[in-house]
Ligand binder design. Structure first.
Ligand SMILES: Cc1ncc(C[n+]2csc(CCOP(=O)(O)OP(=O)(O)O)c2C)c(N)n1
Ligand SMILES: [Mg+2]
Length: 328
């Protein structure tokens, strides 16, 4: 089978992408169950169905690159390499969570891997991503800032300000729009006259492209070339990744507004199922390898869940730690 079909990746790398997508899917299955047990004390927004976008995109990054994302950010943060157990612990509000339990599901961050923050205020992180890009530019690190946001976000003023500034200053930013066709309960066409969102980048003389966001290798290839452009000081790129969320907007949304058959059609193009079905076409990958990956991912998530649940709750006397700055 041709090298090109596999994006130049070897067996281990391909199985690694599959494993990461499965881990994110299973991780979120557990988050939902924890939520139903009232162990998640805030809202939660699952990215199930969209896993190929963060996994494909983050696989194209280099050490030192930074990432910002939305409240639908479990997948993006995990794709940067944040540990499963400490992410789960964060969602449970445990002291050993990645933000000491103070952030929760909507605010996962792990600076050690470049996951700079998950932002609940729609669009607020796009200027922030310009900031991390500017820092890289000023310090000459060669690092790139990747920024995930939804389709609805392209109607927020900060989207336009950020793309404008990034283009004028040639910032090393890759803007990745996760177009899942809905902003909360509204279909994109009911809020946005230009539904081919990649076209909006033209207003800022920024190159852009639309990709199949359920194809992990297509996302990876698009982000890799945008990253190369940014690292070569040629400026930012916008990528629109077409995808679909399996669940409602948040835990309380049954998504009854979706047209009949829409979810089923997208399930036929599920990013994990399609990649798992394609991989055995690779000369060095068998169906048993795929099964072994499924098994290993399930074990990893089960172990992470067990550890996170066993870790202690924060002590009341530490409740203001990490909240207020220490007096100078
Ligand atoms: C500034 C602001 N306005 C409104 C909201 C309420 N809100 C939360 S999510 C959301 C929809 C965002 O849609 P999209 O950008 O497509 O992201 P998705 O949830 O589909 O991933 C809205 C309007 C908010 N959080 N922040
Ligand atoms: Mg959306």
């Amino acid at each position: 089978m041709s090298e090109a079909r596999w994006g130049g990746l070897d067996r281990e790398a391909l199985l690694g992408l599959l494993r990461q997508m499965i881990e994110i899917r299973l991780f979120e299955d557990e988050v939902m169950k924890l939520f139903q047990r009232n162990l998640v004390r805030a809202s939660t927004h699952l990215c199930q169905g969209q896993e190929a976008v963060p996994v494909g995109a983050c696989s194209a990054l280099e050490p030192g690159d930074t990432m910002t994302c939305t409240y639908r950010g479990h997948g993006a943060v995990l794709a940067m390499g944040t540990p499963l157990d400490r992410s789960m612990a964060e969602i449970l509000g445990k002291e050993r969570g990645v933000c000491a339990g103070r952030g929760g599901s909507m605010h996962l961050a792990d600076l050690t891997v470049g996951a700079m923050g998950s932002f609940a205020v729609v669009g607020s992180h796009l200027p922030f991503a310009c900031g991390t890009g500017l820092a890289a530019q000023v310090m000459g690190t060669g690092s790139v800032s990747v920024c995930f946001f939804g389709d609805g976000t392209t109607n927020i003023g900060a989207f336009h300000e950020a793309l404008n500034l990034a283009s004028v200053w040639k910032l090393p930013v890759v803007f990745v729009c996760e177009n899942n066709l809905y902003g909360e309960y509204s279909p994109i066409a009911s809020t946005t006259p230009v539904t081919e969102l990649w076209r909006r980048a033209a207003s800022y003389a920024m190159p852009s492209a639309r990709v199949d966001g359920n194809d992990v290798l297509a996302v990876r290839a698009a982000v890799a070339s945008a990253r190369a452009r940014a690292a070569a000081e040629e400026g930012p790129t916008m990528i629109e990744a077409m995808t679909y969320r399996h669940m409602g907007h948040s835990r309380s949304d049954p998504a009854a507004y979706r047209p009949e058959g829409e979810l089923e059609r997208w399930m036929q193009h599920d990013p994990i199922a399609t990649f798992a079905a394609a991989l055995p076409d690779h000369d060095a990958i068998s169906e048993d390898d795929v099964e072994a990956v499924r098994h290993a991912a399930a074990e990893a998530v089960a172990g992470a869940l067990e550890r996170a649940l066993s870790w202690p709750e924060p002590e009341p006397r530490h409740r203001f730690d990490h909240v207020w700055a220490a007096p100078a």
